[in-house]
Design a protein around this ligand. Structure first.
Ligand SMILES: Nc1nc2c(ncn2[C@@H]2O[C@H](COP(=O)(O)OP(=O)(O)OP(=O)(O)O)[C@@H](O)[C@H]2O)c(=O)[nH]1
Length: 303
C-alpha cells in the first residue's frame, strides 16, 4: 500500500518514513506542499497520506475539500499532523475533511495504531467500491458503473472531439443454453464471454453488464471503422472455441450492435444506447452471430 508523508521537519520526516517502511508501506516522502497537491490529485494517488498541517503551500483545508470532491474516483485517507491538540485546531482540521490527526512530535507507537486503522478502512472502502461497481457473476462493471463511464466518455468527447463508440453484445439463444445445459452452465458461458471480450479490448476500453445476457462496451477515441473491427474481434473470440462449463463444452455466439458519436453530432449518451440497441435487434433479426452498425453511423464508416 502506497503512503505519502509530508512533514516540514526533516528529522521527523525521516523517523516517520523509516517506521512506515518497516511496517511494509511503500513510502513517498515530500516536503513541497504544491507537489503534495499534485500527487494526491493525480491519476494514481497514494492510499494514505500523513500531512503536516503547517507545511508551506499545503493549504490543508483546500486540499481536503478537493480530495472529498473526487468522490468515487478514489479516496486518500488523510492523517493530519498538528502542532498541538487544542480543541479549536483539531476541530478545524477534522472539519476540513481530514480522516484523523496526530499531534507532533509524533509517537511512533501511536502512528502505527492510527496507520493500521486507516489501512483497514481503506481496504474496506476498496472492497465496497468494487462491490458497488462490479457485477458479482462476471466480475466486469455493473450497469450503473458502465453507464457512468459512458457519460464521462461522452462529456470528454464534447471537449476533445476524439470520438466515442459503443457496442451492445447479446448472447444468442441464451435461454436455450440454460434449458439444454442448465443455469450453472449458462453462468459459466456468461463469465467466459465477459472475459473473452475483455481480452480483445484496449486498456482504456471498458465492458459492463448492461442487463441479463447483454453486455455494453465503451470505446473512447474510436471511429466507426475501428469500432466495427473491435466488434468483429469480439464476435470471433466468442464463437471460435466452445466454452468449458460444468455441463461440458458449450458453443456460443453473440450478436452485436455498434453506434458511434461523431464530432458534428449532438447525440446524448442515451441516444447512442438507443441506436446501438436498434442495430443489435437488426443483427438478431438478420440471423444472429453478426455485427450491425447503427444506421446513422453508416456514412462515417464509408468515409
Ligand atoms: N444462466 C444465466 N442466465 C441468465 C442470466 N441472466 C439472464 N439469463 C437468461 O438469459 C435468457 C435471455 O433470454 P431471451 O431474452 O429470450 O434471449 P435469448 O434466448 O438469448 O434469445 P436471443 O437474444 O433472441 O438470441 C433468459 O433465459 C434468462 O433467464 C444469468 O445471470 N445467468
Amino acid at each position: 500500500m502506497k503512503i505519502l508523508i509530508a512533514d516540514k521537519d526533516p528529522v521527523s520526516q525521516r523517523k516517520l518514513k523509516d517506521a512506515l517502511e518497516g511496517w511494509g508501506f511503500q513510502v513517498l516522502a515530500e516536503t513541497d506542499g504544491q507537489r503534495v497537491h499534485e500527487l494526491l490529485l493525480g491519476t494514481d494517488p497514494p492510499t494514505l497520506a500523513v500531512l503536516d498541517w503547517t507545511l508551506p503551500e499545503l493549504r490543508g483545508a483546500e486540499l481536503c475539500r478537493k480530495l472529498s470532491a473526487r468522490g468515487s474516483q478514489g479516496h486518500t485517507y488523510v492523517i493530519m499532523l498538528t502542532e498541538n491538540d487544542e480543541p479549536a485546531l483539531v476541530a478545524a482540521v477534522m472539519k476540513a475533511g481530514a480522516d484523523d490527526f496526530l499531534c507532533k512530535p509524533v509517537r511512533i507507537d501511536e502512528l502505527e495504531l492510527r496507520g493500521r486503522a486507516g489501512k483497514r478502512i481503506c481496504e474496506l472502502e476498496q472492497r465496497l467500491r468494487l462491490r458497488a461497481t462490479h457485477d458479482a457473476l462476471t466480475g466486469i462493471y455493473n450497469r450503473g458503473a458502465i453507464i457512468e463511464i459512458l457519460q464521462i466518455t461522452v462529456s470528454r468527447h464534447k471537449r476533445d472531439h476524439a470520438g466515442v463508440a459503443i457496442i451492445f453484445a447479446d448472447l444468442d439463444h441464451f435461454s436455450r443454453i440454460n434449458e439444454e445445459h442448465g443455469q450453472l452452465a449458462g453462468d459459466a458461458v456468461l463469465r467466459e464471454v465477459s472475459q473473452r471480450i475483455g481480452y480483445v479490448l484496449r486498456e482504456y476500453d471498458s465492458v459492463g453488464r448492461y442487463g441479463g445476457e447483454e453486455l455494453l462496451v465503451v470505446l473512447p477515441t474510436c471511429d466507426a471503422r475501428n469500432a466495427l473491427e473491435v466488434a468483429e474481434r469480439i464476435r470471433l473470440s466468442v464463437c471460435a472455441q466452445p466454452i468449458l462449463t460444468p455441463a461440458g463444452p458449450v458453443s456460443a455466439s453473440v450478436s452485436l450492435g455498434v453506434s458511434v458519436l461523431f464530432d458534428e453530432t449532438v447525440l446524448r449518451y442515451s441516444e447512442l444506447i438507443q441506436l446501438a440497441d436498434q442495430a443489435l435487434h437488426e443483427a438478431k433479426n438478420s440471423g444472429r452471430n453478426q455485427v450491425v452498425l447503427a444506421r446513422s453511423a453508416h456514412a462515417s464508416a464509408r468515409a
